[in-house]
Design a protein around this ligand. Structure first.
Ligand SMILES: [Zn+2]
Length: 272
């Protein structure tokens, strides 16, 4: 299911495209033997995930959670823009973009070249994330392949100016709370949206693979900057979502689901 009503707010998951990589990007915190058995279960499939943008419409106005790839990841992606148009939402109708973290598949969609793609929108993001990705010492510490977030932070800051709003974890708008989800990136946050007696967690990249990483939270990808902390966060957030009965959706999940504990791990049950 890609459409949900939370009280007087509607939520649509817009597909930006499908990202594929070789299975070589998969890792396991349990070491080589654990990785070998996880890969044996995985088989020869490539790594393939949806890239999503969430559209929320209600009393706050028009909000997005994350912004997709824009024009940066080739013709197979970037379709969140046409999906938004198909929902009748023009770029200048977007009031706010809640940004989980500063990776390209979440943040490049904010940009139209050097200009803001959403000319009226505030961009609300965790201050810890912006602090990390604007720190020259952190940039120098990391290899060049990990420098994308620093370039994106600079470009988004230049484009949005004072409408870029770094915020602490906690309430950020009526019915919206920012919660820390560190590990994938140091300052990643998820957005908890409450309405009509239900709570939806938009969990960014706390997990990419809704089946395999829910079942085994130590199964990860090279995209997690701190794989150990990412797994700890993954386990904790799935556990809390199961305990609280939260609905979950994310940057790379297929629609909405609820989380159930299952043995040593979890299962995400698609909402129908
Ligand atoms: Zn990411």
């Amino acid at each position: 299911m890609r459409h949900l009503r939370l009280g007087d707010t509607t939520v649509d998951i817009l597909l930006d495209g499908v990202f594929e990589a070789s299975r070589d990007i998969l890792i396991h915190n349990g070491g080589e033997a654990a990785l070998a058995s996880a890969l044996a279960r995985w088989g020869d499939r490539p790594f393939s995930v949806d890239v999503n943008v969430a559209l929320l419409r209600g009393p706050r106005g028009v909000d997005l959670v994350d912004a997709g790839t824009g024009t940066t990841w080739g013709p197979g992606l970037g379709h969140a823009r046409s999906a938004l148009a198909a929902c009748g939402v023009a770029p200048d109708a977007v009031d706010r973009v809640f940004l989980t973290h500063l990776h390209g598949d979440h943040a490049y969609g904010l940009l139209d070249g050097a200009a803001p793609y959403f000319p009226r929108a505030d961009v609300v993001l965790p201050e810890a994330e912006l602090a990390f990705y604007t720190d020259p010492a952190e940039r120098a510490r990391l290899p060049e392949a990990r420098h994308g977030g620093f370039d994106i932070a600079a470009a988004v800051t230049a484009a949005y100016g004072e409408r870029l709003r770094p915020v602490p974890f906690g309430p950020v708008a009526p019915g919206v709370e920012l919660v820390p989800l560190p590990g994938h990136t140091p300052g990643q946050g998820g957005f908890l949206v409450t309405g009509g007696g239900s709570t939806l967690l938009l969990l960014g990249d706390a997990l990419h693979l809704e089946v395999e990483q829910a079942a085994d939270p130590d199964f990860g990808t090279v995209y997690d900057l701190d794989p150990g902390l990412a797994a700890e966060t993954r386990r904790a957030v799935l556990d809390r979502a199961a305990a609280e009965g939260w609905i979950v959706a994310g940057g790379h999940l297929r629609g909405f689901g609820r989380v159930a504990r299952d043995g040593a791990g979890f299962r995400i049950l698609p909402l129908s």
